[in-house]
Design a protein around this ligand. Structure first.
Ligand SMILES: [Cu+2]
Length: 114
């Protein structure tokens, strides 16, 4: 009897948590340099479904909490790349990158064609 109760509790907990907003937490790399970059990266990630995104200036890692029913890691990274910052999945366009303040022009590992 006790095991049935335990099973039911576990079962209901699973249903309960999966029915609610599925906040996923991921970490991915975003190229950038300074606190100005941080601001722009974090602003660029503000979109529906993104609960929070914090970019670490030292480690260059962005930690994001988002609802994967509303948005995806791809769209978030795409928005950041559109602001001029390379992410793991998307590269910023050269012309956007060139428009960044000089201090913010991070070193690109694979420079695109000029
Ligand atoms: Cu910067």
């Amino acid at each position: 009897m006790k095991s049935i109760t335990l099973f039911l509790v576990a079962f209901l907990t699973t249903i309960f948590t999966s029915g609610y907003a599925q906040l996923k937490t991921e970490t991915f790399k975003v190229s950038g340099v300074c606190s100005m970059c941080k601001k722009k990266i974090e602003t660029a990630s503000k979109m529906a479904g993104v609960k929070s995104l914090v970019w670490n200036e030292e480690t260059k890692m962005a930690k994001v909490a988002y609802d994967n029913k509303i948005t995806s890691l791809e769209s978030i990274q795409k928005n950041i790349a559109a602001a001029g910052y390379d992410t793991e999945k998307f590269k910023a366009e050269n012309k956007v990158f060139k428009n960044l303040p000089e201090c913010c022009q991070y070193e690109r590992s694979h420079e695109g064609k000029k």
